[in-house]
Design a binder for this molecule. Structure first.
Ligand SMILES: N[C@@H](CCC(=O)N[C@@H](CS)C(=O)NCC(=O)O)C(=O)O
Length: 219
């Protein structure tokens, strides 16, 4: 099993920025694809239960057997554990504060909303209310991207001229619904950044294979 790191992930999920980080860091890992949202194949998603009782990906299991869940925590941990990769401003760096702010914002204000967006019946039993709920959640996600965009001053990347795990995170989560076309409208500054991250030659194959540049993917 490579160097002993195992990632529970899934194509098209928030585990892909973790894969991107491991790729840039050249850290070998074993991948267990667990499609937690596939109702036709519950056994696929159930695999992650070994590592995460929330039944969500990503989950990272370390050689020691310790598990880290929560995409933002995993990304920050990887950047800190492999500082030579320079994928996050280190403690004491002037960009650290905003780095932590926006990593947490993407996780808590945006990514967490997909728990209800993906299955509105979790909060609203009556199917008649589902499309309105979905529309409102998608509006909220767009609003949050817009608020973040209004507060950042990107250079080549969100925090300046250095690529960080924040860019990988935003590049991946902005592909989820309501998808990129709307993201480009509400978050034009970060829109330029994510397009740059999409074509990073070190990651192009990974995005293509794991996130899919299929026809109409931008929405
Ligand atoms: N807070 C978690 C959210 C993870 C998450 O929502 N993962 C999705 C895949 S993109 C999932 O496994 N969803 C299944 C579910 O919530 O039941 C994180 O940041 O890692």
């Amino acid at each position: 099993m490579a160097n002993g790191i195992t990632l529970y992930g899934a194509r098209g999920s928030g585990a892909v920025p973790v894969e991107a980080t491991l790729t840039l860091l050249e850290v070998p890992y074993s991948l267990v694809d667990a499609y937690t949202w596939d109702h036709d194949d519950p056994a696929s998603g159930d695999q992650v239960l070994k590592a995460n009782p929330m039944r969500q990906v990503p989950a990272l299991v370390l050689p020691s057997g310790e598990t880290i869940t929560e995409s933002a925590a995993i990304l920050i941990w990887l950047a800190e554990t492999y500082p030579q990769g320079r994928l996050a401003p280190p403690p004491g760096d002037s960009k650290r504060t905003q780095f932590l702010r926006w990593m947490t914002f993407v996780s808590s204000a945006i990514y967490s909303l997909y728990w209800v967006k993906d299955d509105p019946a979790r909060l609203v039993p009556d199917p008649a209310g589902h499309s309105a709920l979905e529309e409102r959640v998608l509006n909220r996600i767009s609003d949050c991207w817009g608020i973040m965009d209004s507060q950042v001053e990107p250079g080549r990347y969100i925090l300046g001229d250095d690529l960080s795990v924040l860019d990988l995170y935003v590049a991946a989560v902005s592909r989820f619904r309501p998808r990129r076309s709307r993201f480009y409208e509400v978050a034009p500054k970060m829109g330029e950044v994510v397009r740059r991250v999409d074509i990073d030659p070190r990651l192009h194959a990974l995005w293509k294979d794991r996130m899919g540049f299929h026809e109409g993917w931008e929405g």
